[in-house]
Design a binder for this molecule. Structure first.
Ligand code: ADP
Ligand code: ZN
Length: 519
């Protein structure tokens, strides 16, 4: 089996060796085993099912959610002399009939099918008339309702196994946190499947997180370090995408936009330009990216928080697929935490789902506020232990200064409590700093014991303290849409002075001015 698989790798694909766990996977699948393949983007998942498809008798059915990707893969395979085709809604009826004819004649080694096409009775009937070598379910995380790529049709894929129990299956994904993995296994009935879990480390990507101060200026400074390079800037909303792209264009940067609210023609044209030309900055919502196979994306910037660690990993993973140095940069502030918390609170989802989403956001905040190696934090999230700090992230390269913030944390939490847990950071910070604003006086908060107990820090520094308290889970910033801060159970020991709190040092005004002049 080894020699046969290797021969295909050499002869058909022109590669000398398998990479990482590819060999174990293709051998196992070629012998008819069911498996779940978790491999990072760019890790080489396609070969994992393409080689078994060539080695085994019959036709392999590849389920893929992305029409563009299907076409690319089939074109590439055809060029290599492999008989492959796809069926999806973009084809003419005549073309579809021709593909079906080739399939029924047993001429195809691989047939790519969109999930919604696959499960119709007509298609299932066709599948029953030809020997099948395997089912490959690509982007298997689309079955997970917690992920941002959820495709309801993926839920029906279990039917394949019910109808064709003897055909081996392979599910593949680059999203690998434990809850998603469990859901894939359960939804696709892969309890007996062998799991192949590759390392998720992307050593060439440098991770950097900066605290939001003046986001546009910070982005401009970041882009100045990446002049002439291709990259993606992710924003949360369509409106912000449009505004940011227009602003960058005005700054003389080759920026285009992409989001689901755009006219399809414009959107596709922008995507094509990004793929074909050098040095384009694509400002986009997360609608842009899945299946974007551009090897030389040199950076991915986040102007807003991603929804989860998986989201962050997927989005940043689009950088540096060629293995050359790339940078993942994220700019975030307390306002983002509030926005995300509100989005979760106001969404239509049930309590269960909201709980999961809040937990995911918290993991992400933990990463954003981490004071140790970011790669360690990221990989730990995917259940991968890494002994040594990486040396290729901001925290490794310039270890953050920390300070004992126990006292400040107590003051901040007390102020939240004394003002009735009904206010946002601006008001509570004003009370702490002893600012007699009209709002403070109207509310009588200048008479509280906490009024003016925090004059040693400026407004910016208090914001940093509150942000870190939220990230550490001592405060919640959700609520009915006002960014109100409230104590959590975890804040008790801090308030009682039983727990020390270490925080990242935030530059004060003069330090920030100096840094700006130096930049
Ligand atoms: P994924 O689907 O996991 O993101 P791909 O299957 O698209 O990754 O593979 C990423 C790139 O790596 C492709 O250009 C592919 O041709 C290349 N590749 C995969 N396996 C090998 C190998 N064994 N040797 C050399 N190149 C490989
Ligand atoms: Zn590191």
């Amino acid at each position: 089996m080894t020699s046969e698989c290797l021969q295909q790798l050499n002869r058909v694909f022109g590669y000398a060796q398998f990479r990482g766990s590819q060999q174990a996977i293709v051998e196992y699948a070629s012998q008819g085993g069911d498996c779940l393949v978790l491999m990072p983007t760019g890790g080489g998942k396609s070969l994992c099912y393409q080689i078994p498809a060539l080695v085994r008798p019959g036709t392999a059915i590849v389920v893929s959610p992305l029409i563009a990707l299907m076409q690319d893969q089939v074109d590439a395979l055809t060029q290599l002399g492999v008989s492959a085709a796809y069926l999806n809604s973009s084809q003419s009826a005549a073309h579809q009939r021709e593909v079906e004819r080739r399939f029924l004649a047993g001429e195809l080694k691989l047939l790519y099918v969109a999930p919604e096409r696959l499960l119709g009775e007509r298609m299932l009937d066709l599948l029953g008339r030809v020997p099948l070598s395997l089912f490959a379910i690509d982007e298997a995380h689309c079955v997970s309702q917690w992920g941002h790529d959820f495709r309801p049709e993926y839920r029906g894929l279990n039917l394949l196994h019910e109808r064709f129990p003897d055909v081996p299956r392979m599910a593949l994904t680059a999203t690998a946190d434990a809850p998603t993995r469990r859901e894939i296994i359960e939804r696709l009935g892969l309890e007996q499947a062998r799991q192949f879990i590759a390392s998720f480390d992307r050593p060439n990507i440098r991770y950097v997180v900066v605290q939001k101060d003046n986001a546009r200026r910070q982005l401009a400074d970041f882009l100045a370090r990446h002049r002439g390079e291709s990259g993606i800037v992710y924003c949360l909303s369509r409106k912000k995408v449009d505004e940011t792209a227009a602003w960058l264009a005005g700054e003389g940067i080759d920026a285009l936009s992409y989001h689901a609210g755009m006219d399809v023609t414009d959107r596709t044209a922008n995507q094509q330009r990004f793929l074909r030309e050098d040095g384009i900055v694509m400002v986009a919502t997360i609608a842009f990216g899945m299946g974007i196979d551009k090897p030389d994306v040199r950076f991915v910037a986040h102007l807003d928080l991603p929804k989860s660690m998986e989201g962050y990993y997927q989005e940043t993973g689009r950088a540096g697929r060629d293995g050359l140095p790339a940078e993942a940069w994220m700019c975030f502030g307390l306002g983002d935490v509030v926005t995300m918390s509100q989005m979760i609170a106001q969404s239509e989802s049930g309590e269960d789902r909201k709980r999961v989403e809040r937990a995911k956001l918290e993991s992400l905040l933990g990463f954003a506020e981490a004071i140790r190696c970011r790669r360690q934090v990221l990989l730990n999230y995917f259940d991968e232990q890494r002994e040594q700090p990486c040396g290729n992230c901001d925290n490794c390269q310039s270890p953050p200064k920390t300070w004992d913030a126990t006292d400040a944390a107590r003051k901040a939490l007390s102020a939240v409590y004394r003002t009735g847990q009904r206010f946002g950071v601006a008001h509570v910070s004003a009370v702490l700093r002893g600012e007699s604003t009209s709002r403070v006086e109207d509310l009588g908060h200048h008479r509280l014991s906490v009024f003016g107990i925090g004059r040693e820090l400026d407004d910016h520094q208090w914001r940093g303290v509150f942000r870190q308290l939220v990230a550490a889970g001592f405060l919640e910033a959700d609520n009915e849409g006002f960014g109100t801060l409230r104590l959590t159970e975890a804040s008790r020991p801090v308030l009682k002075g039983e727990r020390r709190v270490l925080m990242r040092h935030e530059a004060d005004r003069s330090e920030r001015r100096a840094a700006r002049r130096g930049a």
